[in-house]
Design a protein around this ligand. Structure first.
Ligand SMILES: C[S@@+](CC[C@H](N)C(=O)[O-])C[C@H]1O[C@@H](n2cnc3c(N)ncnc32)[C@H](O)[C@@H]1O
Length: 275
């Protein structure tokens, strides 16, 4: 038995003996989910607008109550009262105690590295029914280990939704290739609210396993122990918003890539898995 399986069996007894999730349930949920449809489903605007809507929908559909937001940091997705009204027991996780300290009081906070050694933690986190993250996995150096930890921390039948930017969308390829100091300067020039000391700081990105192709992600996720896996690709971003002609050319290319279902060049993805 591997060390992560031993963790599951000891920390979350019985979790190895439950029946696996039914394959295709997540895809069916996604097809029938009706959120804010003001943007086409292929566009990343849809993904941004619907992230906070799909989480309560997942919770209701699969009966998931214990929510952990991975890398929720200073800016948790839900107000505490909102989470209460949705019937969620809400925990915010972050690797950085400073980021967690910025989050308002009154939340359950769990400071740990989602890709770290769960055994080494003073108190065992989890189990959770629903684990979500937005713009976190591109910052994680060992994403395969993070997915293994997510699997270990989920209760049987639990669901995880991770929303992250993907290679090989050109802004993220550039961000990946250039030195962090230069990408900091570019992002600060394009998005003033992301300057240091602002409300939305820039964190270094490594893009480990940040792809929109299910054929690439599926074997790794299956190895982590997930049986029901859905990878939803999105195209388009707004890095050229201030440059009218380039912006329109870029948008036209995104439309074309979405029509051709060219997943090598997705900009973002939702990866939704069930234990
Ligand atoms: C770009 S911010 C995103 C914050 C928030 N999820 C949002 O969408 O506004 C990335 C967050 O992930 C946290 N983070 C980075 N690596 C992490 C890890 N290995 N485990 C947990 N949190 C991590 C950072 O400290 C930071 O708070």
């Amino acid at each position: 038995m591997s060390s992560i399986e031993t963790f599951r069996e000891i920390a979350l007894p019985g979790s190895l003996r439950r029946a696996p999730a039914k394959v295709g349930e997540i895809a069916r949920f996604f097809e029938t989910f009706r959120g804010d449809e003001t943007h086409p489903r292929w566009h990343s605007d849809w993904a941004w607008d619907n992230y906070d809507k799909i989480i309560p929908a997942l919770s209701r559909h699969f009966g998931l109550k214990r929510l952990c937001e991975i890398g929720g940091g200073r800016d948790p997705l839900f107000q505490r009262q909102e989470a209460n009204a949705l019937g969620l027991h809400y925990t915010i996780n972050d690797i950085d105690p400073v980021e967690l300290a910025h989050a308002p009081e009154g939340y359950d906070k769990a400071c740990f590295d989602i890709a770290g050694d769960l055994w080494a933690l003073p108190g065992q986190p989890g189990p959770y029914d629903l684990m979500v993250s937005r713009m976190v996995f591109e910052h994680v150096a060992d994403v395969e280990r993070a997915w293994n930890n997510v699997q270990a921390l989920l209760a049987p039948g639990g669901v995880a939704l991770c929303f992250f930017p993907t290679l090989y969308a050109w802004p993220f390829v550039i961000n990946h290739l250039i030195p962090e100091s230069l990408s900091h300067k570019i992002v600060h020039a394009l998005f003033p609210n992301r300057r240091d000391g602002g409300g939305d700081p820039k964190f270094p990105a490594v893009y480990d396993w940040c792809y929109g192709r299910e054929s690439v992600l599926r074997p790794m996720l299956e190895k982590a122990g997930f049986s029901d896996i859905h990878v939803q690709p999105f195209w388009g971003q707004h890095y050229l918003a201030k440059f009218p002609v380039l912006r329109d050319v870029d948008a036209a290319l995104d439309r074309l890539m979405a029509r051709l279902d060219w997943r090598l060049f997705t900009s973002y993805t939702y990866v939704i898995v069930r234990k």
